[in-house]
Every structure is written in C-alpha cells, then in structure tokens.
Design a protein around this ligand. Structure first.
Ligand code: ARG
Length: 409
C-alpha cells in the first residue's frame, strides 16, 4: 500500500472496538506509518468497555485511554439541552449529536497530552458525525490534522474489512452483518440502515433495542413525579437523586412503557434526507416535564420567545457547532430563564405516551384568584373593556379605511 503524503507521527483515534475502528488502527499504521493511541468514552452506551483495553493493544494500538465521561456528558451537554427543550426538526432529542463534541474534546485533550499531531474518527463521508468531530477539533485547535480513514480507504464492504482484519490477525468478534447501524448513549439511541432506508416501511420490532412495544406495554399507567431545581431534574418520586441517576431510572421506566420511540425523515447537514428511528425515553419524559414546569413558571413573553430559539439551538447542535459563539450565547440566555424553573411535575406513562397530569411550583405564576370562574374572582372584568378598545384599535382604524375605500369605488 502506498504511503500517504502528510507526515503524521502519532494519532489519537476515537475507538469503539467495532469492526471499522479495529481495522482502522492497523490501516493507520500501514498507511501513515504512525503510532496509534485509541480513545474510548463511556457515555452510558450500555457496553462493557474493559475488554477494549486488550483488544486495542492486540490490534496494534500503542496505548488505549478509556474514560468514563457520563457525569460530564450529563452536566455539560444533556442538561443544557433539556433546559432548552431542544428537539431537531421538532422530534429528535439529539443524543448522538450531543455526544460528538464531548468525544472530540477528549480526543483533542489526549492529543495535546501525548503530543500527537492528528486525531482520527470512524465516521463515514455521508453523515453528520464526521462534520461534528472535525469542526469541534478545529474549534479547539485550528492546526490539528484530522483523519477520516473511512473516507479514504478502498474497502467498500464489510466483507472487505473482514478480509483485511483476517490478513492482519485483527480480532473481530461478531462477523455476522448487523441489520442496523446503531449509535447509543445514556440520552438515547439512533438506529438507521437496513429496511429503515425505505421511509414507507413500518420499523420492524427488531429495530428497537430497549423500548417495549407500546402495544405490549403494561395496560396500567405508571405515574411518576419529577422534581426540578432551576431547570435541573433533582428528584424522582420524592427521592433526591443526581441527574444521571434520574436519567437512568427514567430510561428503565420509560422503556417498560414504550415511551420515546421516534420515527423521522431528517435533513442531514450534508444535504441528504435520511430516515432514522430513535429510542429516547428519558429525553422524552424530561423534556415533556420540563416544558410543563416552564408553562407554570415562565412569564408569557419569555416563554414564547424561548420557544422561537429552539429550532436554531437544535440546528446548531445538529450541525456540530457546539463550541460556536452563538450556541454559547443561546445557552447563556436559556440559563437566565431557568431561575424560577423549580417545582414538580406529575406524569403518566402509558403505552408509549407520556402525559403530564399535574404541576406545582413555589414560583408558580398561576393565580387561582385571577383564573377562577368560581367565587373569589379577583380579576376586574370591567377593565377588559378598555383594554380591548386600545388593543384592537389598529384593526378598527384599518377597517375604517377599508370601508371608506369600498364606498368610494
Ligand atoms: N441521524 C442522527 C444524527 O445525525 C444519528 C446518526 C448516528 N449514527 C447511527 N449509526 N445511527 O445525529
């Protein structure tokens, strides 16, 4: 194989232990003649990462760094997303997109520490993830070199990769082709490829990895109570818990009740539409609950304005612009709105639905004496007359002009 032009001595690779990144370690060594350091992040994807240690070294890596980044992921990435109620194109809570800047950040930190001159990732040339990894890397060090072997190498099929692995004695565990491409972390799972590529096909049950089918979910609803402090989930059913524990517990409960299955044809940053299925029970419950509490505690104008930034905020995350000035500015705005988002929400999980049924807060702006239609009404209905007069004045003026014009014709 020909050696590539650029001189690279040492590269840090985002490594999952799967076929692609296993083959990649060898391929980098062969093609760049460089040293490869593997990095694997525990993002709560539900896989044991310990075996990766030996696997990476046996595959040719000089070293592997495995890091539990769950707490950091929740605190720095997931919580800001919940506070902003972000959903890309109104549906996707962005689990995959939120994890990429964090992985890239650690790749860069290790690269600096190890004096590596490049970082590498296993994303394909058609997806969003390559963009997220690379723009994050550049945002953190404009001089870093980023390698994306899948875009460069000649191997086109899984079979060719397995062939390559055999040639170099690379241990590959499952050689059977998986029907879907899956990316998972504690905030949700993204599922694509296979039969899902036809947007008309109903996602088969085997596409879903953790959620119970809503059809088979318990016929008795499960009622939960979520407590928030300044927009952060801090209590579940009266028990104090960390946001990470709450997310894990809500995933278990939500999955049992078939909550958080999402089916979406989305616009990728690279210009194509793709059909993706998501499982995001905790995200669904948390965003539903958080929005509900905001309905009680945010004033009307802040609430309406905050809604308008959601599509933009989601877009920035989806596009990989986590470390951009606008994303940071929007986060600061959202943070400023959360001061009084403290209180509790009661929700019912039932056969795939998550329905808020109660909310309360010490900062509630709901005033029963103003809202009531029963005795004790404090609302001065006589004041409404003057309000409407002035509020509707522009329409009245317009109508007068219209009427005059019609008469003159
Ligand atoms: N479409 C989603 C996104 O761009 C998820 C892609 C993740 N990859 C996968 N193998 N499903 O954020």
């Amino acid at each position: 194989m020909k050696k590539k032009q650029r001189k690279i001595r040492k590269v840090v690779l985002a490594y999952s232990g799967g076929l692609d990144t296993s083959v990649m370690i060898r391929w980098l060594i062969e093609n760049y003649g460089c040293e490869v350091i593997a990095f694997a992040a525990d993002l709560g994807q539900g896989e044991d990462l310990k075996p990766l240690r030996e696997k990476a070294i046996r595959t040719g890596a000089s070293k592997i760094v495995i890091k539990d980044v769950k707490q950091e992921f929740v605190k720095e990435y997931v919580l800001p997303a919940i506070k902003a109620n972000v959903l890309y194109e109104g549906k996707y809570p962005l689990a995959t997109a939120l994890a990429r800047p964090l992985i890239a950040k650690w790749l860069m930190a290790i690269a600096r520490q190890e004096k590596a001159d490049a970082v590498a990732h296993g994303s394909t040339g058609k997806g969003n993830d390559q963009v997220r990894f690379e723009v994050t890397a550049f945002a953190l060090d404009p001089d870093i070199q980023v390698l994306a072997p899948v875009r460069e190498w000649e191997m086109k099929t899984r079979e060719e990769e397995i062939e390559y692995a055999k040639r170099y004695n690379i241990p590959v565990s499952a050689t059977k082709k998986k029907p879907y491409s899956i990316d998972a972390n504690l905030y949700g799972r993204s599922i694509e490829c296979g039969v899902l590529e036809d947007p008309w096909v109903t996602p088969p049950e085997d596409a879903f990895q953790s959620t119970t089918s809503p059809l088979k979910a318990p016929s008795k609803p499960c009622t939960i109570k979520l407590g928030f402090e300044r927009g952060v989930p801090v209590r579940l059913n009266g028990q104090k818990a960390s946001p990470l524990e709450i997310i894990q517990e809500l995933t278990t409960l939500g999955d049992q009740h078939g909550v958080g299955r999402i089916d979406l044809v989305e616009n990728r940053l690279v210009g194509i539409k793709s059909r993706e299925v998501y499982e995001a029970s905790a995200a669904t419950i948390l965003i539903t609950a958080h929005r509900e509490l905001e309905s009680l505690t945010l004033d009307r104008e802040t609430s309406h304005f905050k809604e308008t930034i959601v599509p933009k905020y989601a877009e920035l995350i989806y596009y990989g612009l986590w470390f951009s000035p606008l994303r940071k500015a929007l986060a600061a705005f959202v943070e400023a709105t959360q001061e009084n988002v403290t209180g509790e929400v009661r929700l019912q999980l039932y056969k795939g639905t998550c329905i808020p049924v109660g909310r309360r807060s010490p900062f509630s702006l709901y005033d029963k004496s103003l809202a009531t239609y029963e005795t004790g009404d404090m609302f001065d209905q006589s004041a409404a007359k003057g309000f409407i007069e002035i509020f509707g004045l522009p329409l009245k003026v317009q109508a007068r002009v219209n009427k005059k014009q019609r008469k003159e014709k």
